[in-house]
Design a protein around this ligand. Structure first.
Ligand code: ATP
Ligand code: MG
Length: 344
């Protein structure tokens, strides 16, 4: 069966949005609007898998929404909403809790990384997070999921869940006249020079909202001075930039900064090295500061303007939620029939 093409992705309202979220995800969200119907979600239910202060969570939901709009997502042509306003996500997630296997979830590296040695103390929600993410995607029968490299494993799990559901319920799906498969196999879209932006302090660690050091990341709301300071302080090695990409292989910090430059300038790493190969980091960093301020400055300004008007933001989320729910509710009616629930 051919599925209608549809894009879904989400961003957690936790802490500060950073350059990794922007280059790895939001820039792609913006570009995909040209060719697909897109649904972009502020995944507040994922956020509470770790403790969130309630007032801060509200502020953060509105800030991520503002970031989506400031970066160029059109909430009228596409759908922008927050997850908790569409209860069908949680409903489908429960069914997927009963489809996914413990062994599958035990392999998820994000859970291991986020809990470390304190696993016994992690919330059950953090463990089941990938099942909710599968529900987020599949409740819209989405076919394409733009994400950073770190989320690849979770999208693959969503594919496994879709497949197992389709197999387990194949006779029921067929008897309802729904063909050979009910859920599509969602495809992760992970492309370009900045699919995994690394910490500015440590080229082997992902840039993350949850890193305690603010110098590890560039936030979308950082002003020009903060951006300049962070880029100048970014860890590097003492050698000049190499002339080509093979020279980046054993130099994670250099690779990261060149990747960031390339992504911000919509160029390839090879092209950037063609210009800066042989240059000292001080020169390259000056150019990177100018480029970053040029690209991020207007976004940060627009975000600050938008969050001044929470009533507008909330109206965008309410409208988006209603439109998302219309799609999700239809999926759930089918899912209930397939599973064998009695419904009104
Ligand atoms: P947390 O550390 O709380 O998980 P996060 O920075 O990973 O926060 P998420 O909301 O989990 O942010 O992710 C939103 C999107 O940004 C996802 O598509 C994710 O893959 C992408 N992303 C996150 N960090 C990076 C990064 N360093 N490089 C590229 N993409 C990233
Ligand atoms: Mg994350």
């Amino acid at each position: 069966m051919a599925f209608k093409e549809r894009v879904f992705s989400g961003v957690q309202p936790t802490g500060n949005l950073h350059l990794g979220n922007y280059l790895g995800a939001i820039v792609k969200f913006v570009a995909l609007q040209e060719t697909y119907d897109c649904i972009y979600c502020v995944v507040d239910m994922h956020a509470i898998t770790v403790w969130q202060d309630p007032a801060e969570l509200k502020r953060s939901i509105r800030e991520v929404t503002a970031a989506f709009i400031a970066c160029g997502i059109d909430p009228k042509k596409h759908i922008v909403f927050n997850q908790s306003q569409v209860a069908e996500h949680a409903e489908l997630a429960w069914i997927f809790n009963c489809v996914a296997r413990l062994g599958w979830l035990n392999r998820m590296t994000q859970f291991k990384e986020k809990t470390g040695k304190d696993r016994e103390n992690a919330s059950v929600g953090l463990y089941a997070y990938p099942n909710l993410m599968a529900a987020d995607i599949l409740v819209y029968l989405a076919t394409h999921v733009p994400v950073g490299e770190d989320q690849k494993q979770h999208v693959e799990l969503a594919r496994d869940i879709a497949q197992k559901f389709n197999n387990d319920f194949a006779p029921s799906i067929a008897s309802l006249g729904l063909g050979a498969a009910f859920f599509p196999q969602p495809e992760p879209l992970i492309q370009g020079p900045a699919t995994r932006v690394m910490s500015l302090r440590d080229g082997t660690k992902k840039m993350s909202k949850s890193d305690p050091s603010d110098y590890s990341r560039i936030n979308l709301t950082d002003d020009a001075d903060a951006i300049a300071q962070k880029v100048r302080k970014a860890k590097t090695d003492p050698n000049p930039l190499p002339p080509d990409e093979t020279g980046l292989e054993t130099r994670p910090e250099a690779d990261n900064l060149v990747g960031i430059f390339a992504a911000l300038a919509s160029r390839t790493k090879a092209d950037v090295l063609g210009e800066f190969g042989g240059a000292q980091f001080s020169n390259f960093k000056s150019a990177l500061v100018d480029l970053s301020v040029d690209k991020l400055g207007p976004i940060g300004g627009e975000m600050k303007r938008l969050v001044q008007d929470p009533a507008y933001i909330d109206s965008v989320l309410a409208d988006g939620s209603a439109r998302a729910q219309a799609i999700a509710a239809e999926t759930m009616r089918y899912v209930k029939d397939i599973v064998g629930f009695v419904r009104r």
